[in-house]
Ligand binder design. Structure first.
Ligand code: GLP
Length: 242
């Protein structure tokens, strides 16, 4: 089942995404929540923090697994996804530090790190809901367009378009890491529910290809059409070509 949810703007999109996540946190005794970075989920994280501050949400039993991390960046680097998640969510709610999981960008041994992270995700007993954003080229997490769909956590070379899209956060393009650890498409598809949020006119064409076009590893997000329970939350601009 793929449910397309059209919202009027970014604020409404953020609230909708936060609602889907909050529901899992409330309904499961030990919620396992898959989280994402990028600019798209920031508004949803702000909503979750707001509800936590109002006493409507409790993170004490929540376990999180994040999608990806730049290879080579230590946790205290302000561009690492570890830093981003703490800055935008974890530092503001009562999640236990030991329940927070991300790939370790400082592990030089890619095979070991990928195996370790697969075991971590499996060890949670299964993700109740996985949040995703989408790159301009249709990538999910850091799974770039390719000839095949990846299975488990893997070490990827970032495409130039992704480096260009993300360089706005770094001092210069040369500072953007060239490799990242990312959950595989297979791992992402194993989540019980998936919510993917996309906003802005710039992604409207990719939204159309991903959710109405053929399922192909050339548009990695298209695989979600085969998932049993996925919520595609769009603002008006991202939905404009549907
Ligand atoms: C990065 C992340 C993705 C994210 C994408 C889109 O590449 N690895 O998980 O979906 O950026 O980011 P934004 O939401 O800023 O457009």
């Amino acid at each position: 089942m793929m449910k397309i949810i059209r919202t009027k703007d970014y604020a409404e999109l953020s609230e909708k995404v936060a609602e889907l996540i909050a529901k899992e946190i409330r309904e499961n005794e030990k919620p396992v929540i898959g989280l994402a970075t990028g600019s798209t989920p920031v508004g949803a994280y702000q909503k979750l923090i707001e509800w936590y501050n109002e006493g409507k949400l409790d993170f004490s039993n929540v376990t999180t697994v994040n999608l990806d991390e730049y290879k080579g960046l230590p946790k205290d680097n302000d561009q690492s996804y570890w830093y981003f998640m703490h800055d935008n969510l974890f530092n503001h709610v009562n999640i236990r530090p030991e329940n927070i999981n991300l790939p370790d960008g400082t592990n030089e041994d890619a095979d070991a790190e990928c195996a370790r992270y697969d075991a971590v995700v499996e060890g949670t007993g299964g993700v109740h809901i996985q949040l995703l954003g989408m790159g301009h080229n249709g990538h999910i997490a850091f799974n770039e367009p390719s000839d095949t769909f990846s299975r488990g956590t893997n070490c990827v070379a970032l495409q130039q378009s992704t480096i260009d899209a993300n360089k706005r956060f770094f001092a210069s393009e040369a500072d953007v890491p060239r490799f990242a650890y990312t959950m595989g498409i297979g791992t992402i598809m194993a989540a019980k529910k998936i919510v993917i949020a996309v906003n802005g006119r710039a992604k409207a064409e990719t939204v159309k290809a991903a959710f109405t076009g053929p399922v192909t590893p050339r548009v990695p997000a298209s695989i979600l059409q085969f998932h049993p329970e996925v919520y595609v939350v769009l603002d008006e601009e991202a939905a404009s070509l549907l």
